[in-house]
Design a protein around this ligand. Structure first.
Ligand code: SF4
Length: 485
């Protein structure tokens, strides 16, 4: 059960003559799973930008009255992940800066790894930089010519600033006339492009989104994923693609956990639907770690496709063992371990008639701290399960993420400090097996594709500053990060 906080969702639309505020609302609603802390959008009518953002879910922040006041031809939007610690209006996005002729808006999914270095170079005190996203907006604003430059000044500023950024970033920007999408040279976070039917007499419409279901929901046709290191500029002339980063920095490393947990099952990544990859993870888990049992069940929601795959490959009947409260957030974030464990009862409830007297194979996507998994196992035993054999559709999560997922410190990661046998005892299960990394990559079925798997292997594709107390990796100087998004 993934207890790490999620990535953010970004959306952009260029569609003169269409109701871009409603389109952005629908797109953000489809990306709600990537962040439930805040939501916002910036809309341009060709002259002025209007930004509206607030704390809460997309449906809390926007209503019909607000949307109808947001007329325009182009827009960007953002959903931000849920967190207890840094939940504040100032971290909501899009970020706005009044630079250039019209000002610009920006929405960010990811996490820079050289925020302190960039701040220092720009003569700012790192401690006073509100977030990595704010810093990027400040750097871009400083790179504008002060309102006298050409209409395409945002593009020029991006060409200047982007090559200095390190880490994970899928951005969408807008000024009065254009929407811009950027994916970092490693492509840690997804970003895709879709085509939208134009309004009568209007130029072709285009959509950018973190995940392809946000294209589907607004009626756009999937065109392609942006390449790592690509910038696309969308305006009245169509879509232009540029490569603002040095060629030797291009190294595709899409987050492997997008396949395991973060992305929606109906999202297409590296050309494949995520649901199929999750089902294959379960099939490979069944061949890798078979067990004699009466029923296979998945931990809702993201463990379910892998459980179906396990059942199919093993021949053991699939059944539902847990019911999830649909109205609770995708992740339940509580400030203490005790509250987190209690939170499982609010989120999941056992189907006692399905479970009682059975030897269960329980398939889940991951174990981070293990607190919620332990509470879930206890719940199944109290409901009468004879045996609980836990099968995890990813390798042990041993290292923190610095690329846009807010994971706990390393000493809170269950697999960082314990052997599998010790984890079996801690969780109170009869057996435990993790899918191997080789099998995970096989299940994703994207030959030749590159992945980040740093939280599983400790090998970070972009240098990060690791707290010295975790001990076993070199501390790389000059890199730090601020907020995830
Ligand atoms: S460290 Fe893990 S969660 Fe973070 S980007 Fe890499 S694979 Fe994804």
């Amino acid at each position: 059960m993934m207890e790490a906080k999620e990535a953010c969702g970004v959306f952009g639309v260029y569609a003169p003559g269409r109701d871009v505020a409603h389109l952005t609302f629908d797109g953000l609603y489809a990306l709600q799973h990537r962040g439930q802390e805040s939501a916002g959008m910036a809309v341009s009518d060709g002259e002025n930008l209007t930004v509206m953002k607030d704390m809460g879910l997309v449906t809390t922040v926007f209503d019909e009255r607000k949307l109808s006041g947001l007329g325009g031809d182009l827009a960007i939007g953002h959903t931000r992940y849920s967190t207890a610690g840094s939940s504040s209006w100032s971290n909501a996005q899009p970020v706005y800066r009044g630079a250039g002729r019209s000002g610009f808006g920006m929405a960010h999914n990811g996490n820079l790894t050289n925020t302190a270095e960039l701040a220092e170079r720009a003569g700012m005190l790192p401690g006073l930089v509100a977030s990595d996203s704010d810093l990027v907006a400040d750097l871009l604003a400083a790179a504008h010519a002060g309102g006298d430059g050409p209409a395409s000044e945002l593009e020029a500023a991006l060409r200047l600033v982007l090559p200095d950024l390190q880490g994970a970033f899928s951005f969408v920007f807008l000024d009065a006339e254009r929407v811009v999408g950027v994916r970092d040279p490693n492509g840690f976070r997804p970003l895709c492009l879709g085509r939208l039917e134009p309004a009568a007499g209007a130029p072709e419409g285009w959509v950018l989104a973190s995940e392809s279901p946000a294209l589907d929901v607004v009626g756009a046709t999937f065109v392609r994923e942006l390449e790592p290191g690509e910038m696309v500029v969308i305006d009245g002339t169509g879509v232009r693609s540029e490569r603002p980063f040095p060629a030797d920095r291009i190294d595709p490393r899409l987050c492997i956990f997008e396949f395991v947990y973060f992305a929606r099952p109906d999202t297409r990544l590296y050309g494949n639907e995520v649901h199929g990859a999750r089902r294959r993870m379960g099939e490979l888990l069944a061949t890798q770690a078979p067990v004699d049992a009466d029923m296979v069940m998945g931990v809702p929601d993201s463990g379910v496709p892998a459980a179906e795959g396990y059942a199919r490959a093993s021949g053991i009947p699939y059944g539902q063992g847990l019911v999830k409260n649909r109205y609770i957030g995708r992740t339940f974030i509580a400030p203490t371990q005790t509250e987190r464990a209690n939170g499982v009862r609010r989120k999941l409830n056992p189907l006692r008639e399905n479970i009682a007297g059975k030897r269960l194979v329980v398939v889940d996507d991951s174990i981070v701290r293990g607190t919620t998994t332990r509470a879930m196992v206890r719940m199944l035993r109290e409901a009468g399960a004879l045996e609980v054999h836990l099968r995890i559709s990813s390798p042990p999560f041993r290292w923190p993420c610095f690329y846009g997922i807010d994971t706990p410190d390393r000493d809170e990661l269950l697999a960082a400090t314990r052997t599998v046998d010790e984890i079996v005892t801690f969780l109170g299960v009869d057996s435990l097996e993790y899918l191997t990394l080789d099998h995970l990559v096989t299940a994703i079925d994207a030959p030749g594709a590159g992945f980040c798997s740093a939280c599983l292997t400790g090998t970070y594709p972009v240098p990060v500053a690791m707290p010295a107390r975790v001990g076993t990796v070199a501390v790389l100087a000059g890199a730090t990060s601020t907020t995830a998004g």
